[in-house]
Design a protein. Structure first.
Length: 116
């Protein structure tokens, strides 16, 4: 695909996606109003965040990022073959991502979330 096509295609696709999402949200709100429900209350209940899930996701992505960084450093320093590079990337991302999830588990076990 030529770069000129991509320059125009990506913003147009993003605009179409935003319009479609807004259209579907409006359609959902109208059907809720027809059923006698208040859309504002339903959206508030649906979008409450879960701090423990946020902690798990954050530590997972930090661990995966650290694994990728370490894999890049190892492959560049040791000048390994292409097959070894792939194995090192996957294994380090899995190891550090798992370490992040383990850290989230240990933190939550020590400091349980308060129930409001």
């Amino acid at each position: 695909m030529q770069p000129q096509v991509v320059v125009f295609a990506v913003p147009i696709a993003a605009f179409i996606m935003v319009v479609a999402i807004r259209y579907l949200q409006n359609k959902e709100n109208m059907s809720m109003i027809e059923k006698g429900m208040n859309p504002a209350e339903q959206k508030y209940n649906r979008r409450q965040s879960n701090p423990s899930q946020t902690l798990k996701n954050g530590l997972l992505f930090i661990g995966a990022g650290m694994g990728l960084l370490l894999a890049v450093l190892i492959t560049n320093l040791l000048q390994l073959s292409e097959e070894s590079n792939t194995a090192i990337f996957f294994s380090l991302v899995a190891i550090f991502g798992g370490a992040g999830l383990l850290g989230a588990y240990l933190y939550e076990r020590k400091n349980p979330p308060s129930v409001d």
